[in-house]
Design a protein. Sequence first.
Length: 291
Amino acid sequence: MMVYGGIEAGGTKMICAVADDQLTIIAQESIPTTTPEETLAAIFAFFDPYDLVSLGVGSFGPIGIDPTQATYGHILATPKKGWQQFDFLGALKKRYPETAFAWTTDVNAAAYGELRQGAAQGKDSCVYLTVGTGIGAGVVREGKIFEGIGHPEIGHTYVKRHSEDTYAGTCPYHGDCLEGLAAGPSLEGRTGIKGQDLPQDHEIWGLQAFYLGQALVNITLTLAPEKIILGGGVMNQPHLLAQIQQAFLKQMAGYMETPPVEDYIVTWGLPNKSGIIGCLLLGKEQVTAHD
Ligand code: ADP
Ligand code: ZN
């Protein structure tokens, strides 16, 4: 059977899906990310029964995206054991030599999925920011994924510290970058309580909104996207979005005009699906022009 495939390759799990030519998903499986060998064996077991026209891969990173470099298709400086310098795309291409591939980051795929079918439908640009185990952001501009010498790594940009904050931060590379100060693990690191178990009125949320609001100001000032979409486990806190919107307005301080904040900063339109839908779309568009 001819199908279009997608892999949303996360550091915790890999979501594999195949879809028909309307991109309706006909089979999907979540595979735990363990060693590359074991994980790939499970990925092959999922896709082998199909005639794969295309496979769109959105991977955890950082990854090599320059086709002229030897590192193209590789996972780069990840703290994840066994995956450093692993030629992920190469292994997939070897198994499916007739298939057309798309290769980008998990967050770029999610941004693209949101632009084409989610919260940023009808726009030309958006940024998708996930706040989970890490913080990552994907950027779409002029309808295309934005890349340069590498892919943007907005999660690791620096933010101004809150005057009362003395927490060292959790990033193994930078300590107190945005991810170090405001990703899920920082909630537990600061309070001893996992994010999902923290009460709504805990003062930590104000601090978290301070950092995330600041990050969105920086994104707006540098990229001026038409929409910013927030996803990831931590955004399951229903009160957090409004706090981030307010922190954004306060720190923007009226400097740059943006759409009304309720329209401009939103949560995902395709909850838990932006990534895999983006992967399927990017794969399919390798073989057919998009409508
Ligand atoms: P991953 O980033 O590994 O793909 P998630 O996006 O689910 O996974 O993020 C996991 C992180 O989100 C963990 O640090 C977890 O504690 C935190 N988290 C999950 N649910 C909630 C919640 N309801 N409120 C706050 N934090 C949460
Ligand atoms: Zn960092």
